[in-house]
Design a protein around this ligand. Structure first.
Ligand code: AHR
Length: 674
């Protein structure tokens, strides 16, 4: 019995579920070795160049306290309307002062409050000032230049100076310090370089201190501190996390969400026009979808520059008139301003300098337009419970976008009604490893008659805060399915991408990349994905599997109970789910064949492999394997590389060979073939 994928519409997927009866396959000796046959003579579809990308939103402190380099938390004092949270008053050595929010002295219309520091005793050993605790600390390294900036104004009696320092929480050691000699009576921006001393310990147990040497009143706003950033971008991103992403070679970035795009209400959506310009002009907003304040330092231009830095295509989600609390804008005239907003947004991204919004982008510091091919209308609009709502809204967006930008591919966030989207976004979550694996052949069977598919969010949900090896095995089985069906599934991205592992940092249980203020690491699912993106050809090769072993999976009971005293519905029938998955691609330039094999079983798995349609296979090849001794093995802040792929040169390859795959493993076999 065969499992076959012809890398195109003609897909045969006789999954070995019922075929693999206890005692062996029909027509196959019990205990015999599974067989994988690759036909290199009949290359199938082109591997979609956009197959693997990233999906991102402000969740789990992904940006503020994460990728976005800002080290000051609550920099514009808007996180709480009553208290300057994350700021402390400093009174030492007899210094005396008070601090409070002061909405009567706003910096501007965007930042309608400030922090008022009233110093009544200071000078000499008497110290008074304010301190910011950062996002779970302020991470410092030795010999590093930090850039501090803030707006301030002072009462006439304040003589200065202000001292800005980076200080250890325990013991008060000062690692870097700089002074502002005087502060004027009108709002003014002050910028300082803080160079950390050679002996600065690598630690996050530090704070930012702004202290005064004399009495008076000083107001502060937009207080910011940046470490060196990736590519030295002003207002840029953390270097270590960007490098982890770069190593994945992602083709695109889907932004800005996710639920974060929609917000719970229209007011709390990602309102892109309010995320532009200097940080001192960004109001920020409550990310009520994930329940914390967003500075909007990661604004539209920063998303685009992030794409530029990693050579990714932007895949931009536009707000489509629906927010999570069943708030919607009626299609028709009510929706027109939102459609116009989306058109403006597309113009900001891709219009030249002569256009209104292209000119604004140039003013913001990026004269060159960005290349924009794909726009998604909304997010998960299947949750809009009003009949026909998305169909109407989608049609209005679709028509307007296509009229002005006919080349843009319009992605629908769910089934879209009368207008046929170029691509439809499908999300798959809350699946165990077995459940994910049980769906790994779904696309083999999908008719090729509808729109292309973007698997815009997926994750095997095992392990927390980041996925473990079991999750990686489920994901890899799934990814092999996406790769085999790359003619249909043209894009995919895991979600959520990031998690701040500090207490209170996580809103979503299983994530791809973990970090705290100082460290970051990739989970086993991260490395699984990296194996797919780093070892891939440009055409899909037909692959046929026989004798695939399976294991029994009991799907969890689901469904509604009906009346409160009604009996629980019976559990669904148990299924046999394969433990072996594979896919193959070929690099048409070099001839290299990349065979991916996932062995979910806890025992070594010999597999006989045959390559048809080649004249010769080099005996020497390369094997990259990631394996674990148990499915719940994982990576973490303290053991960031416990589970990683290992490369080795291997021999004994031919057009037919047998290879044993390690227990709980994901492997890529790179074969040189003519
Ligand atoms: O990835 C977390 C959330 O899951 C996304 O915001 C949403 O699109 C999905 O429901």
């Amino acid at each position: 019995m065969k499992i076959r994928n012809a890398a195109g519409p003609a897909v045969i997927t006789a999954i070995a579920l019922q075929l693999m009866a206890p005692g062996g396959l029909p027509g196959q000796t019990p205990g015999s070795v599974p067989f994988i046959q690759i036909d290199a003579g009949k290359p199938g579809a082109r591997v979609s160049p956009m197959l693997f990308g990233l999906m991102t939103e402000e969740i789990n402190f992904s940006y503020d306290g994460g990728l976005y380099g800002e080290l000051v938390r609550n920099r514009s004092f808007k996180e709480d309307a009553k208290e300057p949270v994350h700021w402390q008053l400093v009174q030492e050595g007899g210094g005396a002062a008070s601090m409070a929010l002061d909405p009567s002295q706003p910096l501007n219309d965007a930042i309608g409050t400030s922090l008022k520091l009233t110093v009544t005793q200071a000078g000499g050993a008497q110290r008074a000032g304010i301190a910011n605790e950062g996002f779970w600390g302020i991470p410092l390294q030795p010999n590093t230049k930090y850039r501090a900036s803030f707006y301030a104004k002072a009462s006439p009696d304040f003589r200065g100076p202000l001292t800005v320092s980076l200080v250890a929480n325990e013991g008060g050691a000062v690692y870097a310090s700089a002074r502002v000699a005087a502060v004027t009576g009108a709002w003014k921006k002050y910028e300082l370089a803080l160079n950390s001393a050679a002996g600065t310990p690598v630690s996050a147990k530090n704070h930012l201190l702004i202290s005064c040497a004399g009495k008076g009143t000083i107001w502060f706003s937009a207080v910011s501190l940046f470490p060196p950033t990736f590519n030295n971008r002003p207002n840029g991103n953390r270097k270590d996390i960007m490098q982890i992403l770069a190593d994945m070679k992602p083709a695109f970035l889907r932004f800005p969400g996710g639920n974060y795009l929609e917000g719970n209400t229209i007011e709390t959506r990602f309102d892109w026009k309010k995320t532009l310009g200097p940080i001192s002009e960004r109001p920020g907003h409550m990310d009520d979808a994930w329940r914390y304040w967003s500075s909007d330092g990661m604004g539209l231009l920063e998303f685009l520059e992030w794409c530029e830095d990693l050579r990714m295509q932007p895949v931009m989600g536009v707000y489509a008139g629906y927010s999570l609390r069943q708030v919607r804008v009626k299609a028709g005239p009510d929706l027109a301003p939102y459609v116009q907003d989306a058109l403006d947004e597309i113009e900001y991204v891709s219009g030249d300098k002569t256009t209104t919004w292209g000119a604004r982008r140039a003013k913001d510091g990026h004269p060159e337009p960005f290349h924009l091919e794909c726009v998604e209308v909304g997010n998960e609009d299947q949750f809009d419970r009003e009949q026909g709502s998305y169909e109407g809204r989608f049609a209005q967006f679709f028509d307007a976008i296509k009229a002005k930008y006919p080349k843009i591919k319009v992605i629908s966030s769910t089934a879209a009604g009368t207008r046929v989207p170029d691509i439809v976004d499908e999300h798959y979550y809350r699946r165990s490893e077995d459940e994910m694996a049980s769906h790994a052949h779904d696309y083999d069977k999908r008719p090729r008659t509808g729109p292309k598919v973007f698997v815009g969010e997926y994750a095997t949900r095992v392990g927390s805060p980041t996925g473990n090896m079991s999750a990686a095995l489920g994901d890899a089985a799934w990814l092999a399915g996406l790769e085999r069906n790359s003619d249909l599934v043209v894009m995919s991205s895991y979600a959520p991408l990031f998690v701040n592992v500090n207490p209170g940092g996580m809103q979503w249980a299983t994530d791809l990349i973990g970090f705290d203020a100082l460290h970051s690491y990739g989970s086993p699912p991260y490395y699984a994905q990296k194996m797919f993106t780093n070892y891939i050809g440009d055409v899909v090769l037909p692959i046929e599997e026989q004798g695939v072993p399976t294991r029994t999976w009991q799907p969890p009971a689901g469904g509604r109970r009906g009346a409160p005293d009604a009996p629980a519905p019976p559990p669904p029938p148990a299924q046999q789910v394969p433990t072996l998955f594979s896919s193959a691609t070929r690099d048409t330039k070099t001839g290299a064949i990349y065979l991916k094999v996932v062995n979910r079983a806890g025992a070594p798995q010999p597999v006989r492999i045959e390559i048809r349609g080649v004249t010769a296979v080099e005996p020497k090849g390369k094997v990259v394997t990631m394996s674990a001794s148990a499915p719940d093995d994982t990576n973490s802040i303290t053991a960031p590389t416990k589970i990683v792929p290992v490369s080795s040169e291997a021999e004994g390859f031919a057009s037919s060979f047998t290879r044993t795959f390690a227990p709980y493993s994901i492997s890529v076999v790179r074969l040189s073939a003519k």
